[in-house]
Write a protein that binds this ligand. Structure first.
Ligand code: 9MR
Length: 868
């Protein structure tokens, strides 16, 4: 993958003027030795340039905003525009090069220019007064030459800059460099992360009645004493550690600590063991309510096609990106890649995928599905708290629709636009993605991206992502906007049929220039997921038959590595288990989720850091995979109410917030030490202090054993899995932010936020029989009996449930009924307010039908408590 880094143009004119002034005043200690002459001693010294061979893209090299760096040939090339005045109007550079005073360095570069040009070559101070230590003007030829020089550094500094100033030409030309090398000086520091105290805790909070686990890194092989202190250092509890041996995911010898017995609440607790004091943490539950909102608020500032209002996100306001206003070229009229199609589409809107400006149907699909499922869970799970309107500070807040659905719709509208129009080849399928023709650098605000945007070929995977999400949207939006729901259902059916007709159109792994490939060679899981959503929303036999015939319906889909955008069967299985439907054998579907959860619990129990991720090499975006495994455990809790599943989620949660080898939280703004330099073209604070860091509640991808980017490669080579991470904006393979990573963070934080103090809630003392006696095309009649199974009289009651889709209640008897969205509240009348132990009340209502099935609800709450 090639990801050039590029400086934003704004600050550069000033930079370069100052450079000249400084070089005129200072005396460069450059010994221009000419081509081919170098100091042997220096040549044998250590290499100080990172990725001078461009074997893995162009990072951490950057360029000015008027060029695009291209490393696809294995050299670094740029088309230099004509019509600039000064050399510094166009620059390619690399920062953070250490120099040691008095050391002699050998610098060399192979460069070419077509047509021939001079490329001003500098090693300099990166800030005013821009003192130069090497300043040369090599003549670059079309065939290319190696140019080599030596110089002695007059001063020590950790962050010198190599810069090729290539502006000032009246006409355009092409510049390429390769084998850029600076040898000499001291061995570059071996990167050693600052991991702080060896006692590792969840730096945010433990729930008072939940499990409390920590890990201590120690050479000791026998149990050690531990002690828990409150914020004033007073002892709250003590005990003995459990030696766990060497942890394969970190290579560390560790002990675990269990202080679950402590239920005292407060802030500023610390855990002490082996002479080390942990970072402080709370015992209490409210932080995760904030996170539930923050993790969802993340999506608004990822929106494309609309201005981000500073009034709603102070410090994050920006103009609308990609609305066809120069220098943007899109996304209102986007052509296909050459030869792919003969039309243009308006695909404005949606969310930017990650730190790039690309929009990908496969990844948008799982993200919007997880947001919709987070909402759908509020209809079906006993511990889910309502996610209502005006909870996320959106432009749509106050429109009567839950904000989480407003946010999901922003993406779903975009996914619908990616469907091939009728009458065109592959009508009904979805284009795999839309993004820039070439990779852009950092920082680059969305509205300033000058690249051509292109639609890429259709794919079966994208089409099925559209089918699945549109089918889910059809039932969830029905109570709020019947027309939008119907549009989604039509699109979903059409997409399904198109995918069945074209079951093997795979996105190419080679299509990764300017955006991610998101290639996926196995689409049986996408078929299964789409069939599941279509079946739940329509009840139709063709989808049911597909599900029942799919080998994925009964196989063990619970990968140790977790599910993600390329492995989506779990999305279907989880919804078939939790959303009311009439699938034959549904009990086995539910049981399979519990089996998956049991597997992850076993992994977690065996792991000295309590991580439900049973692998020793970590994948790209490992944090999202771990969170998805936790969502499976959480769903088992929703299905069974068994404490071990709740405890499992809470234990896995600790890893994300600091109980890990790096002793850090991977969520911006949460935990004393947290990721905040995630790779992003607009949250580029690390590169430009006038820009913000990512907003609070942004998940980093986390450790990735693949370390595909040059910064990670230069700093983390040989890393044990948990150490394959660096909070550096250039480390796009370990530290990006992505819409499909915040979606499980958001889902799981909503689960945790709903658990109060961590106690397993006792079921309500009630039993409900819900019988739909008659159904006709436009309506139905239902009778409900509520039995008091407790030992005291219920005096006044409200029974709540939710319909699957757009059903509404009309005439009711023996109750007063109100409805909000799909959720119905039936309240007693004065004559039946009391239900004595063992006795029942019966009421009924007529309802208006909605498209699709009308299954009996499976969750009833009486006065706020879920009936058994
Ligand atoms: O999240 C994706 C990961 O699973 C893949 O292994 C990786 C390489 O193909 O790509 C990741 O997705 C990136 C996408 O291609 C472009 N936008 C940023 C995504 C996160 O890094």
């Amino acid at each position: 993958m090639i990801r050039p880094s590029r400086r934003w143009a704004a600050s550069l004119a000033l930079t370069a003027v100052a450079t000249l002034a400084a070089s005129a005043l200072s005396v460069p200690v450059t010994h221009a030795a000419g081509t081919g002459t170098t100091s042997t001693a220096a040549e044998e010294g250590p290499e100080q340039i990172v990725n001078g061979t461009f074997d893995s893209g162009s990072g951490p090299w950057w360029g000015t905003g008027n060029i695009t760096l291209d490393a696809s040939s294995g050299q670094l090339c740029a088309d230099v525009p004509g019509g600039t005045t000064n050399p510094w109007d166009v620059i390619i550079g690399q920062d953070n090069i250490p120099l040691v005073a008095g050391e002699t360095y050998a610098f060399s570069v192979f460069g070419s220019a077509d047509p021939p040009r001079v490329a001003r070559t500098l090693i300099q101070l990166p800030v005013d007064p821009w003192t130069t230590y090497l300043a040369e003007n090599p003549q670059m030829t079309t065939a290319g030459d190696t140019h080599a020089y030596t110089f002695t550094a007059p001063t020590s500094l950790p962050n010198a800059q190599v810069a090729f100033q290539i502006g000032g030409s009246a006409t355009p030309w092409r510049f390429c460099v390769d084998n850029v090398s600076l040898k000499g000086g001291a061995e570059p520091d071996v990167y050693k992360p600052d991991t702080g105290p060896r006692v590792r805790v969840n730096q945010v909070a433990y729930l008072p009645k939940g499990p409390k686990n920590a890990t201590v890194v120690t050479e000791a092989t026998t149990a050690l004493p531990w002690r828990l202190n409150d914020s004033s250092g007073r002892k709250v509890a003590n005990g003995q550690t459990t030696p766990r041996g060497v942890d394969a995911s970190s290579g560390q010898n560790v002990h675990s600590i269990d202080f679950s017995g402590v239920t005292k609440t407060g802030t500023g607790f610390t855990l002490v063991a082996d002479g080390e004091t942990s970072r402080p943490f709370d015992i209490g539950g409210t932080a995760y309510r904030d996170l539930r909102a923050d993790a969802l608020k993340f999506y608004y500032s990822q929106r494309s096609g609309t201005p981000i209002l500073d009034s709603l996100r102070p410090g994050y306001g920006r103009p609308a990106g990609h609305v066809g206003v120069a220098p943007n070229q899109g996304d209102t009229n986007v052509p296909c890649q050459p030869g792919v199609c003969d039309y243009s589409l308006n695909v404005a809107g949606g969310w930017y995928d990650a730190g790039d400006h690309g929009k990908y149907v496969v990844n948008g699909g799982i993200s919007v599905a997880q947001l919709m499922s987070e909402f759908e869970r509020t209809k079906n799970a006993a511990t889910a708290e309502a996610l209502g309107d005006s909870t996320l500070a959106l432009p749509e807040s106050g429109n009567g629709v839950p904000d989480i659905l407003d946010e999901a719709r922003w993406e779903q509208d975009f996914l619908l636009k990616m469907q091939v129009p009728d009458g065109k080849p592959f009508a009904g399928m979805a284009h795999h993605k839309i993004h820039d023709q070439n990779w852009t650098g950092l920082p680059l605000m969305p509205h300033l991206d000058p690249q051509l945007r292109e639609l890429h070929p259709v794919s079966t995977a994208a089409t099925l992502n559209l089918a699945a999400t549109a089918a889910q949207a059809a039932r969830l939006f029905a109570p709020y906007d019947a027309a939008f729901a119907a549009r989604n259902l039509t699109a979903a059916r059409k997409a399904w049929d198109a995918a069945v007709a074209n079951p093997n159109r795979l996105a190419s792994a080679a299509d990764g220039t300017g955006g991610g490939a998101y290639n996926d060679d196995t689409v049986s899981d996408e078929f299964y997921w789409a069939a599941a959503e279509l079946y739940i929303s329509t009840g139709e036999a063709k989808y049911k038959d597909y599900i029942l015939a799919s080998p994925l319906h009964t196989s063990d889909i619970w990968r140790e590595r977790g599910f993600d955008w390329g492995s989506t069967a779990a999305l279907g299985r989880l919804d078939l288990a939790t959303v009311p439907n009439a699938l034959p054998g549904r009990a086995a579907v539910r049981a399979s989720v519990v089996q998956g959860a049991d597997k992850y619990l076993a992994t977690l129990a065996a792991h000295p850091y309590g991580i439900p991720y049973g692998v020793t090499t970590y994948d790209w975006g490992s944090n999202n995979l771990i969170l998805n495994n936790m969502a499976v455990i959480a769903t088992a809790y929703d299905l069974t109410g068994q404490k071990k599943y709740l405890d499992g989620v809470l234990q896995g949660w600790n890893y994300i917030f600091g109980r890990n080898a790096l002793n850090m939280s991977y969520v911006t703004g949460y935990g004393e030490v947290n990721s905040h330099n995630q790779h992003s073209r607009w949250y580029s604070h690390q590169l430009d202090s006038s820009l913000p860091n990512p907003p609070k509640g942004t998940l980093s991808g986390g450790p990735n054993s693949g370390i595909q980017d040059p910064v990670a490669q230069s700093k983390l080579a040989g890393c044990a899995a948990q150490f394959c991470y660096i909070d550096d904006i250039e480390s796009w393979s370990t530290n990006e932010l992505t819409i499909n990573w915040n979606s499980p963070l958001s889902w799981v934080s909503a689960f945790v936020a709903g658990q109060g103090d961590g106690t397993v809630k006792a079921p309500g003392k009630c039993q409900v029989t819900y019988t739909t006696h008659g159904a006709w095309p436009s309506g139905f009649t239902t009778q409900v009996t509520v039995k008091n199974t407790g030992s005291s009289t219920i005096d006044g009651w409200t029974l709540k449930w939710a319909f699957l889709g757009g059903q509404t209640t009309s005439h009711a008897w023996n109750t007063g009924i109100t409805q909000s969205g799909a959720t119905v509240s039936a309240k007693n009348l004065s004559h039946n307010a009391k239900i004595k132990p063992g006795q029942s009340v019966t009421f009924g209502f007529n309802g208006s039908a909605a498209p699709g099935p009308n299954p009996s609800p499976e969750l009833f709450t009486l006065n706020g408590a879920a009936c058994a």
